[in-house]
Design a protein around this ligand. Sequence first.
Ligand code: SF4
Length: 208
Amino acid sequence: MNEIIKNLSDGNIYSVKEISTLVNKDVEYVERVLNDPSIIQTCGDGSGVIYYMDIKYDTIVDGIGFRNTIYCAKCNIGCKGCHNPQSWNITNGKPITIKTLSSLLLDNDNDITFSGGECTLQAKAFFKLALILRNKGRNIWLYSGRTFNELLKNDHSKMLLGAIDVLVDGKFEIDKRTTNLPFRGSSNQRIIDVQKSLKENCIVQYEL
Ligand code: SF4
């Protein structure tokens, strides 16, 4: 069994069985995903490597409190007015192992934000990273250009949701651009309490 999962069980976060219930897949399927030996696939969703653009420490704009933010590479959503179009092409990013990345993000006591790019295109790897960070007591926010319901339709993205706290969802829509709403670029985007939403099977807004 994967060491991360053993630690997880000890840390009382998610067991393989709990994850299998969450994604409605059998335990063997979850183990296969978690132990996938492929490192770099065309989409960049390797189980051991993440492609990223940058890491910023002590940000205050990517969620509540001081946070360390990883900006991943690759996005296929194509929002008009995107703040970071150079991140669309994965070859503009740098590969880093999950182990190294988790050490960098755990360098101080800050909570963590996954931003992009579109992290769900590397969902398996971000899922593993999230488990490590959660096991160290970090609160995790995820920014995605996809909506909560769209993410639920993909097994890997759904697993990633199971390991984070808050989702800021939806495309950046330039005609709805705003500077008045905290932590969002356009008014269509929602700040969602992911664990409550999964439990109650409906979208529960996160209370700021
Ligand atoms: S989802 Fe984010 S990175 Fe992707 S196109 Fe939209 S704003 Fe840009």
